[in-house]
Design a protein around this ligand. Structure first.
Ligand code: COA
Length: 256
């Protein structure tokens, strides 16, 4: 069903693995299209969490496929082929976790930046090396990296072509946790379990409000937050969550 990725849709967690290890999981046009299709499948399956990782033990995603980049024109850039994928990840219903198992360069780093949560294996390497190719990070790198690690650190990475190892990424707040490679997927699943324990409607609305925080002025963001809270206040999940607390039991949320 997919040529360049695998998608495992389990109970409430889906795992998407970019599967082109021979080219370090580079994103060519077909892979980007398949990624969009997989995101639709995850939405239809109503997964609460999506874990994104790369096949093999060398790379998460090594970036846009440089062969495809060579062929692309000004119109292709304006069509935001890769950038639209990152926005689709960021805006997806599911909470996304990047499980970074090696090189996350260029578009690979940008996939991780578009995810809601990022954890890394000890062998992870982050970078936005597009200027070494005479181009700029064009799928959100210049916009999402500074919002996550601050403008100074983002300039350091992009304007010097620096590669950050896992320890540096942790120190900069680019990832929230570093684990040995064999423990990466169990750690990602443990993180997913933490998300699954929460009220699903609250998670969805909190994600929307958090995303809004970088897109609107504070007054509009606060109005968005109040409107989102108004929805939770009328929800079954709120009654269940507060009742379960008072009855000293675990809540059973239905996401309504
Ligand atoms: N696009 C297309 N092909 C890529 C690729 C990419 N982004 N990244 C790696 N490959 C290919 C290599 O050309 C090589 O092909 P070959 O076997 O036909 O020679 C193969 O994948 C293995 O890559 P190699 O460089 O030998 O592996 P490595 O483990 O020594 O290094 C990287 C891995 C990721 C550090 C290195 O391949 C690299 O720097 N890739 C480009 C990263 C980049 O600039 N990304 C931004 C693109 S806009």
């Amino acid at each position: 069903m997919y040529r360049n990725l695998t998608l495992a849709v389990e109970d409430r967690v889906s795992v998407l693995t970019v599967n082109r290890p021979d080219v370090r999981n580079a994103l060519d046009t077909e892979t980007v299209q398949e990624f969009h299709r997989a995101l639709d499948e995850v939405r239809q399956a109503r997964s609460t969490v999506l874990i994104v990782t790369g096949a093999g033990d060398k790379a998460f995603v090594s970036g846009a496929d440089i062969n495809a980049i060579r062929r692309r024109t000004r119109d292709d850039a304006l069509a935001s082929i890769n950038s639209r994928l990152m926005s689709a990840i960021e805006g997806h219903d599911a909470v996304s976790i990047a499980a970074v198992n090696g090189y996350a360069l260029g578009g690979g780093c940008e996939v991780a930046l578009a995810c809601d949560l990022r954890i890394a294996a000890a062998n992870a390497v982050f970078g936005l090396p597009e200027p070494t190719l005479g181009i700029i990070p064009g799928a959100g790198g210049t916009q999402r990296l500074p919002r996550i690690v601050g403008l100074g650190r983002a300039k350091e990475m992009i304007l010097t072509g620096a590669r950050w190892d896992a320890a540096r990424a942790l120190e900069a707040g680019l990832v929230s946790r570093v684990v040995p490679l064999p423990e990466l997927m169990p750690a990602a699943r443990a993180l997913a379990d933490q998300v699954l324990a929460l009220g699903p409607l609250a998670v969805k609305l909190a994600k929307a409000a958090l995303n809004a925080s970088s897109q609107m002025p504070l007054s509009a963001g606060l109005a968005f937050e109040s409107a989102a809270q108004a929805i939770t206040f009328e929800s079954d999940d709120k009654m269940e969550g507060t009742t379960a607390f008072l009855e000293k039991r675990k809540p059973v949320f239905r996401g309504d």
